[in-house]
Write a new protein. Structure first.
Length: 205
């Protein structure tokens, strides 16, 4: 047995590398799974527009856009101003001619909202047979009367919030009156269209 001591060569580079690996902070994965959290309440930013998120236009709006595309371009503000000036001058000339032939006729009052309501009211009543002279058969245009009454309804809807108290009360009163007249007339027409029931059979003695 030899007395020569045995020795082992240790690579210090390997030990140092292992020590540095043990003490170095671990690298987190690039895509770490985030804990599941509830979605925040309230509005959120949508980055990609999906077909389901595309707003659907109402039918009335789509119809308005289609009609707008068929109309000619609107006149400019200057064109409208010039046309209004020419119209006023022409209307004044006609009024002067009428007054020259009829000196007793005074100046015509300016047309206002009440004139429009009265015109539609008279038109609907005439279409429903009002104003027929005695002894003559009334000529009723029931479908035309319905359209005129609906025009009053459109006028009431489109001017809501823009009328004075007097104008709004007048319009609502007229609209109520013509609708009631329409109901009475249509009830009469319906009753006339139903044949009378046959008389009861007589008993033979």
């Amino acid at each position: 047995m030899s007395d020569t001591p045995k020795f082992e060569v240790i690579d210090r580079r390997k030990i140092k590398a292992e020590e540095e690996k043990d003490h170095s902070p671990e690298k987190k994965p690039e895509r770490e799974a985030a804990p599941s959290e509830p979605a925040p309440a309230g509005p959120r930013l949508v980055t990609a527009e999906s077909p389901a998120a595309t707003p659907v236009k109402p039918e009335t709006e789509a119809a308005d856009e289609e009609t707008l595309g068929e109309l000619p371009p609107a006149p400019s503000a200057e064109e409208s101003r010039q046309q209004k000036t020419a119209y006023d001058a022409s209307a004044q000339r006609i009024e002067d001619l009428v007054r020259a032939q009829n000196p007793g006729v005074g100046a015509q009052p300016p047309v206002g909202f009440e004139h429009l309501v009265q015109q539609l009211y008279l038109s609907s009543m005439i279409q429903m047979g009002a104003g027929t002279q005695e002894g003559q058969r009334a000529r009723v245009d029931i479908m035309g009367a319905r359209q005129t009454i609906d025009l009053l309804g459109v006028l009431a809807e489109k001017t809501k919030g823009n009328l004075t108290d007097v104008e709004d009360r007048m319009l609502q009163t007229v609209l109520f009156d013509v609708r009631m007249a329409f109901l009475e007339l249509t009830n009469m027409i319906s009753m006339q269209g139903v044949p009378a029931p046959p008389p009861p059979p007589t008993k033979k003695r």
